[in-house]
Write a protein that binds this ligand. Sequence first.
Ligand code: SF4
Ligand code: MG
Length: 311
Amino acid sequence: VKDLEKRFKLKKAVFAPPSFVHAINGVNLVLHEGETLGIVGESGCGKSTTGRCLLRLIEPSHGEVIFEGKDITHFTKSELKAFRKQVQMVFQDPMDSMNPKMTIGEIMAEPLISHKIPKAQWQELLTSTIKLVGLNEDHLSRYPHEFSGGQKQRIGIARAIILRPKVIVADEPVSALDVSVQSQIINLLQDLQEELDLSYVFISHDLGVVEHIAHRVAVMYLGEVVELADSEELFRDPLHPYTKALISSIPRKDPDERKERIILKGEIPSPSSPPAGCKFHPRCEFAAEICKTKRPALKQVYGREVACHLY
Ligand code: SF4
Ligand code: MG
């Protein structure tokens, strides 16, 4: 992902000049084969917009999304369709995209229809895929309401993997689930990653969950990536003051791992009128004069990336 930007036009009074919200601004990311890249941040930080731009479910305003050497932002409809066979999305609420009157088998077959997979392959794909997500063949003839939240998410995942994609973008896939069920789904995603050679972009506001699944983590604040590092390093030794605050708020059982809780002052500013300079400066305890006027670029520091004038 190169310099990705998404502006939304705001509805304004008739004669006022058009104004924009920068949902994301200058986002650069790399997803390596076989890895899980976590994207974390509070709501409104642009992580979902980023995820949707990766599949062009939202059209980016600027920038490139390069998949296997090709920039998908210029793809034609048919190229985009072929691309989406390789890159699938899993959402927070799988029910949003499930017709309650369709059986699980019919729901899972929808991608097979839209991508014109020969009917002769359906049965094998349906039965192997439902087993891959820990359900069984009998479930194919049942209806969504017969399943628990965790099972529904298994079905959502089944539909995402039935075309055997290479990449899955998962937006808050466990946020609606009980904690015990969350870890089952995380384990399932990890097993599937091994089995099917999947790469994940895993979007979540929940750092505890991201720590568990991600190999690398990008932290976003008001539409920008402020820190990007190996998961283990990031959680052990966060550099950006915002990341430090986020990580200090994760509950820890082990007292050695506990960090002094940093309470952030103030609320996240509105994305429609973000602060100048470093967007985090009104809430940052280290803010200096330069932070109010100059936007810090994301730069390499100790083998990772951070956008902060302190480094
Ligand atoms: Fe804080 Fe300045 Fe760093 Fe922004 S650039 S996080 S305000 S120290
Ligand atoms: Mg979101």
